[in-house]
Structures are given as structure tokens and as C-alpha cells.
Design a protein around this ligand. Structure first.
Ligand code: IMP
Length: 201
């Protein structure tokens, strides 16, 4: 049995292999599995979008299918950009511009009201048809300036008090240990372990 992860993103695949590697299942991307499908992510929550992707791929194979959806919630902006994180100000707009726009929207907003979080939902559709979903978060705040060269997306404005820096200022390994995606994947690992241990024993 294999796990197919519904993504074309190589960084995500590396993280997934690191966290789910010890399950003893082969882990492949959609591309490696030879699956290509156009998916419209029109859900209203991270969980809905992740499940839309997992279900679409699951229709085309007999494997365990996982998919994720993630984004940034800024409390002062009523949790925007949320599920629209990638589409905020247009998919093709650079993150330098998107990040500066968020900083500008929070101009004059005091530290205690700059709270934000990255959220990641992981959905699984098993060969039996059973569906599972897990959620991971990392709490932080919107910084006052763009800082750091690592990571991607909104990392340079996402300041984590416990780290004393933004998530763009730490290594990928450090980020995986505390990230929303890492946390959601670790929760999914537990779910899969309990199901497949019971099946095998
Ligand atoms: P997706 O779930 O990979 O489609 O991510 C949606 C969007 O959320 C990304 O394009 C980024 O804008 C944002 N995002 C999700 N995770 C992160 C992260 O770890 N760092 C920075 N931005 C993120």
C-alpha cells in the first residue's frame, strides 16, 4: 500500500517523507504516481479544501490519499487572508508586495492586537473510503517589517515570540519541528498508525 500526497510541491514532499517515513508505506507525489487532475479549491475552510483535493485524487487510485491546505489567519483582519492566502491580491503578486500590504493594514496596531497563526489541515481518504482530517497551527504575530530569507510566502512577517524571530529566519528543519504543517502531519501520523496497526495485528 502507498500514500499518495496530492501536491506537486517538492518541499512539502520532503517534509512529509520525514514525518511519515517510519510508517513503512511508500510515499509518492501525485506526479510520481502519474496522476494529474484539475481541482477547484472552492471550500470555505482549510479542512474542506484539503478534503476536496484528497477526494478528487482518491477517485483515480486505490491508495491512501493525503492532501493539505494551509494559510495565514490575521486576527485583526478577521482571520484574512485565511483560505485565500495564496490568492490574496492575486496569485501572481509577489510576496514582498503581499507582506508589505499586510504590514500596512496593521499600521499603528499595537503588539497585543497583531496576533496571527498559520493553519494547516491534512485530509486523508483511505482505500476503504474512510475519511480523516487533522489540523495543526503555529501561533505568532505580524511583525513590523519584512525579515528573513528562508521559508516562503508570509514567513518574513510571521514573528514567533518563542523563537525570537520570524519563521523566515530559521532553517527548514527548525521550522518543521514547530510548523502548522509539521503539527498536522504528526497528528495524521498518529491516526494512520492507530488504524494500520489495528489492521495488521
Ligand atoms: P497551500 O496550502 O500550499 O496552498 O498554501 C496556501 C498559502 O498559504 C501559501 O501560498 C502561502 O501564501 C500561505 N502559507 C501556507 N503555509 C505557509 C508557511 O509555512 N509559510 C508562509 N506562508 C504559508
Amino acid at each position: 500500500m502507498r500514500i499518495i500526497f496530492a501536491t506537486g510541491n517538492e518541499n512539502k514532499m520532503r517534509e512529509i517523507r520525514e514525518i511519515l517515513g517510519d510508517l513503512g508505506l511508500e510515499i509518492v507525489s501525485m506526479k510520481e504516481a502519474g496522476i494529474s487532475v484539475d481541482i477547484v479549491e472552492d471550500g470555505e475552510t482549510f479542512e474542506e479544501n484539503a478534503m476536496i483535493k484528497a477526494e478528487a485524487v482518491s477517485k483515480l487510485c486505490d491508495d491512501i490519499v493525503l492532501a493539505d491546505d494551509s494559510g495565514l489567519e490575521v486576527d485583526y483582519l478577521d482571520k484574512a487572508p485565511g483560505v485565500y492566502s495564496a490568492r490574496f491580491m492575486g496569485e501572481d503578486t509577489s510576496y514582498d508586495i503581499k507582506n508589505q500590504a499586510i504590514i500596512d493594514k496593521l499600521d499603528g496596531v499595537p503588539k497585543e492586537k497583531r496576533t496571527a497563526r498559520f493553519v494547516c489541515a491534512i485530509a486523508a481518504v483511505l482505500p476503504s473510503g474512510k475519511k480523516i482530517s487533522t489540523r495543526g497551527t503555529i501561533e505568532g504575530m505580524i511583525g513590523y517589517e519584512i525579515k528573513g530569507e528562508n521559508g516562503f510566502g508570509y514567513d518574513p512577517i510571521f514573528y514567533v515570540e518563542e523563537l525570537g524571530c520570524t519563521t523566515a529566519e530559521i532553517s527548514p528543519e527548525e521550522k518543521n519541528k514547530v510548523s502548522h504543517r509539521g503539527n498536522a502531519l504528526r497528528a495524521m501520523r498518529k491516526e494512520l498508525l492507530s488504524i494500520y496497526e489495528n489492521t495488521c495485528n
